[in-house]
Write a protein that binds this ligand. Structure first.
Ligand SMILES: Cc1cc2nc3c(=O)[nH]c(=O)nc-3n(C[C@H](O)[C@H](O)[C@H](O)COP(=O)(O)OP(=O)(O)OC[C@H]3O[C@@H](n4cnc5c(N)ncnc54)[C@H](O)[C@@H]3O)c2cc1C
Length: 457
């Protein structure tokens, strides 16, 4: 019987490789523990009696990521490399994008097969196509990120949470299973791979260093500590904490999930198995599994996930009909970035984002909707929100980010609401709504002063 459910695995290409190791090209799921792609690579290696080798291809730049995100990622990879070394699994840190460096690495090792993890973003899908065309060996893609594999749960773009939810729930008992332990294949000679030099990697990348790293501990151990603390102290009250930005009431797991330092499935298992939780548990699982997997679905099946053309027809029509509406406040991208709007609440949220790399979910919605209201066009609004989100959020460049922004600005996964200036029938939010939900003045005081560092719960 397979260790890894075949429903997680897609054969990208066939071919005849060499007699060497099975290589796992680690990309989205940057962890040794709880990783279905690595477990599948090990299973394939076991069948061939060859070792497993892990390779990570470090791009010199990546979709506008800054030192903030690279620093967090490399700190996590350093821990993962050590964890793999302890299991006698070599970790190669290749300098360059995968299509440039991976084919020759596979060739030099006489690799027999290539396994990689699933990622719905365009650039990653393009890299996989190029690598698979050059590899000349069996290439498998494994969905190690979603509890229910994205390609299996639906073959088309889903309309909303209500349409994907029953499809996920139908398959949940099959896929929400415990993870087996990982070990190197026994009785095989492991090839020599140079130890990764993470200091050199930091010098080699070409990223904007003016966006400073944050002090949040990175890596698999920190992710697990955060998860356990949240399950013990935050799960039961999650339903309330989720809608009050003044309370540290959410899990804070998104940076770990984004960089794959924590398997969403590990978090789902921990929540599902908790003896307490009640409504909090249900609300958390809804966000972690249904809402998160809905965003992978959108990016997988809608190539315009970061453009207005990716929005539904009703939203495009209503935004168009309100293009010429008077806009009492219009700001440039630079004014938004510098938190120089007339709104102390918006500025406080932007200040928090710039200094600490995070923002509460409720404020992310308000933040993006005001960018729509105060931009010259919806196109400008979308571009500004995506730029700022990806530049400053530690968890940016994620399907959750693309969908969060296009949901706020262009109605994806939403429905038409009451017609208003500028927004048309896109769902509206204002500071009075915030005042009804939480203490806005306390939020402004706390966020406008010293940066709130991301720390453990
Ligand atoms: C404008 C806007 C921009 C956003 N940008 C990002 C981003 O760049 N990266 C990112 O990971 N998330 C983004 N989100 C989604 C959400 O705000 C964050 O995932 C959440 O705030 C992260 O905090 P947490 O881990 O404490 O979440 P929790 O509330 O503890 O939720 C647990 C996990 O569930 C998932 N989740 C929670 N809320 C959502 C949601 N609304 N949609 C999809 N999945 C969700 C996340 O994986 C999250 O880590 C954005 C939302 C909006 C409205």
């Amino acid at each position: 019987m397979n260790i890894v459910n075949p429903g997680r695995v897609r054969r990208v290409t066939d071919g005849v490789g060499g007699h060497g190791p099975v290589v796992y090209w680690m990309s989205r799921d940057q962890r040794a523990r709880d990783n279905w792609a690595l477990l599948h690579a090990r299973e394939r290696a076991q069948a061939r009696s060859v070792p497993v080798v892990v390779a990570f291809c470090l791009s010199q730049t990546f979709l506008g990521a800054t030192l903030r995100q690279y620093d967090f990622m490399l700190r996590g990879l350093r821990e993962t490399a050590g964890r793999l070394r302890a299991l006698n699994i070599p970790f190669a840190l290749l300098h360059g994008a995968a299509p440039e460096v991976l084919p020759s690495f596979l060739h030099d090792l006489r690799a027999s097969e290539l396994v990689t993890d699933f990622d719905p973003l365009r650039v990653k899908r393009g890299w996989l196509r190029e690598v698979a065309a050059a590899a000349g060996m069996p290439v498998h893609e494994v969905d190690a990120h979603n509890v229910v594999p994205a390609r299996l749960v639906s073959e088309r773009q889903e309309y909303a949470a209500r349409t994907i939810r029953p499809k996920i729930h139908r398959l949940l008992s099959e896929f929400l299973e415990p993870f087996p332990e990982l070990s190197q294949v026994s009785n095989v000679t492991v090839p020599y791979i140079a130890e990764p030099d993470f200091e050199e990697a930091l010098r080699w990348i070409r990223v904007d260093a003016t966006v400073a790293p944050v002090a949040l501990p990175a890596g698999e151990d920190a992710a697990e500590a955060r998860l356990l603390a949240f399950i013990a102290e935050g799960l039961s009250s999650y339903a309330e904490g989720h809608s009050d930005p003044n309370v540290d009431g959410t899990s804070g797991l998104s940076p770990y999930l984004h960089f794959g330092q924590l398997a969403p499935q590990r978090a789902a298992l921990a929540a599902a198995q908790a003896r307490h939780g009640g409504e909090g548990r249900e609300a958390f699982l809804e966000q972690l599994v249904v809402r998160r997997e809905l965003t992978d679905n959108f990016c997988l099946y809608n190539d315009d996930y970061d453009a207005l053309s990716g929005a539904p027809a009703w939203a495009l029509a209503t935004l168009d009909a309100h293009r010429a509406d008077p806009r009492p406040h219009v700001y440039t991208r630079e004014q938004f970035e510098a938190a120089r709007t007339h709104s102390p609440l918006w500025n406080a949220a932007q200040h928090e984002l710039v200094t600490s790399g995070t923002m509460h979910n409720y404020m992310r919605m308000y933040w993006a909707k005001k960018i729509l209201e105060w931009s010259a066009t919806p196109e400008d609004a979308l571009a500004t929100a995506l730029h700022l989100n990806d530049r400053y959020q530690l968890d940016g460049r994620d399907p959750n980010g693309y969908v969060g922004v296009i949901w706020s600005i262009a109605g994806v996964h939403d429905r038409p609401w009451k017609e208003r200036p500028v927004f048309g029938s896109i769902r509206y939010m204002n500071s009075n709504g915030c005042r009804r939900k939480f203490d806005v003045e306390a939020y402004i005081r706390a966020r406008s002063a010293a940066p709130r560092q991301l720390t453990l719960v």
